[in-house]
Structures are given as C-alpha cells and as structure tokens.
Design a binder for this molecule. Structure first.
Ligand code: ADP
Ligand code: MG
Length: 272
C-alpha cells in the first residue's frame, strides 16, 4: 500500500480491498486513468460515475477477470491476479446470468457442485430464504419477474459465502418499486451477514441510500473525484432516509461532483 493511503488507517484498519494507481487502456482508449481507493471491510461501498467512465472495467479488475495496464489491486493484502477466493459478483443482466433451463434451486446450487450434498442443500436453502424466495425453488427463471430473477442471482452469490460481494449496476434493469425493494433487501442481508459489499451504479440516489462510503468517479478517462463518508443512520428507510436533509445535501454534493468537476485531480482526496 502506498504511504499516502497507508497513513490514513490505524493499525488493523486497512481496507479489505485496495486500488493503487489503477489504469486500464484498450488500445488507444484510456478507460480508467488513475484510480486510488480503498474499500473498507464489513461496509457498503458504492462506486458512482457516469456511463462509460470505467465502472465495469474496474469491477473486472477487482474480480481478477481483467488486469490493470498499470497499478495494483490487492484483496486482503494479496495482489489480485485471478478471481480471488471469497469474492462473488452479481451482474446487471440477470437474464443472461441465470441458466434458463435450470430451476431456481439448481441455479443457486450450480457454483456449489463440489460441496457435499448436505452442505450444498443447506446453503441453497439458506440463501434462497435470505432473498425471500422460499417456496419458489422449483420455478424456472423465465417464470419469474425481473426482480425475482435478480433475487435468484443474489442468492447464488450468497451461497458461496463471499467475504466481498461485487454488484455491477444490479438494479438498472428493474422498475423503480422493485429497485427500492432490492436496495432494502441488500441492506438487510449486509447488516445480517456483515459482508463487504461494493456496488457500482450510475444512480446518485441509490449511491447515497446504500452507501457507508462513496467513491465518486469523474468523466472518462476516470479518476476519483472524491471519496465521501455517508453518515446517515441505519437502518435506512426509503421514505425517512430520502427525506432526511442530510440525504438531500449528500445527493446534491454528488450531483455537483458528477456534473461539474472538470479537473478532478486538482481536488482529489482519498479518505476511508
Ligand atoms: P461503465 O461500466 O462505467 O459504463 P465501462 O467500464 O464499460 O464503463 O467502459 C469504459 C470504457 O472502456 C468505455 O469507453 C468502453 O468502450 C471501454 N471498454 C470497456 N471494455 C472494453 C473492451 N473489452 N475493449 C475495448 N474497450 C472497452
Ligand atoms: Mg458498466
């Protein structure tokens, strides 16, 4: 870890996931310019930024599916060079992440094929229960609404008992009501299991509502415009929290950052 990041954390408080000067180009196209950020353990962190600013690219590098052109990603102190143990990912497009020919329980069990039957069945049962789909185990994905399918995708991620759950615009393809329900479901699960969650979104309200910690990205090629600690109380509530003057203040601040910062490097600050 660089001194600059390191000095900000007390002993044992270093973030679980660290990005140091991470950049990624595709040919001539610089997708991610220079990202330095930390994701604290057992909290909800959100990366927010405009479409095309490199959010998915960042998640691919965090999950070891792609490597930075320069810079380093470390998870629990280990440099990420392949998919790390203890990491699970939920994608935006649930219809492509589930197997249409498998029932819900088989979809959830799929990554657990190597486990003994009893352990596998227990985890499938518990994670289906955690996302509120008990009784729906024998449905096929195509028999379910988009929101329910995304619940299945979340259950499958939870079944692997991840330390770090990555979500790439997980609710971008569902209606507003379903989105709100899934946001609350995520917060409940996170509070219960204490896992580290990193969500990527372009939705400013969602970023403030979910997060303990927001990493605001600039326009592409992206750098960190600002890192924000969200001090809104938990448990959060779609009505109370979103009407809290502090929520409105934070939302305004993020909106301004996303609209206005022309040269973020000049004002960049990285706290965790
Ligand atoms: P976001 O998820 O924030 O919308 P992406 O990470 O998908 O942004 O993309 C960031 C930039 O990198 C875009 O300009 C995109 O076209 C480019 N890009 C992403 N993946 C690839 C790839 N595999 N090959 C070439 N260009 C890519
Ligand atoms: Mg994306």
């Amino acid at each position: 870890m660089t001194d600059t990041l390191n000095t900000q954390y007390a002993e044992g408080q270093a973030p679980e996931l660290v990005l140091e000067h991470v950049s990624r180009s595709y040919g001539q196209n610089l997708a991610v310019r220079d990202i330095t950020a930390g994701v604290p353990a057992h909290k909800v962190s959100v990366i927010v930024g405009p479409s095309g600013c490199g959010k998915s690219t960042l998640l691919r590098m965090i999950s070891g599916l792609d490597l930075p052109t320069s810079g380093v990603v470390t998870f629990e102190g280990q440099k990420v060079t392949g998919v790390p143990e203890g990491l699970a990912m939920v994608f935006q497009d649930y219809s492509r992440s589930l197997y249409p020919w498998m029932r819900v329980d088989k979809n959830v069990a799929f990554p657990l094929r190597h486990l003994p039957r009893q352990e596998r069945d227990r985890r499938v049962r518990e994670s289906i229960d955690a996302v509120g789909l008990s009784g729906r185990e024998k449905l096929y994905p195509w028999q379910m609404s988009g929101g329910m399918q995304q619940r299945v995708a979340i259950a499958r991620a939870l079944a692997s008992q991840p330390k770090l759950l990555l979500m790439d615009e997980p609710y971008a393809s569902v209606d507003a009501q379903t989105r709100a329900e899934l946001e609350d479901l995520l917060l409940e699960i996170q509070a219960e299991l204490g896992i580290t969650v990193l969500v990527v979104t372009h939705d400013i309200d969602e970023s403030v509502y979910l997060a303990d910690h927001i990493i605001v990205l600039s326009k592409p090629p992206s750098v960190v415009a600002e890192t924000i600690e969200v001090d809104l109380p938990r448990p959060r509530d779609q009505i109370t929290t979103k009407n809290d003057p502090r929520f409105v203040e934070l939302r305004t601040h993020v909106t301004r950052l996303l609209r206005g910062v022309e040269e973020p490097a000049a004002t960049a600050r990285s706290t965790a």
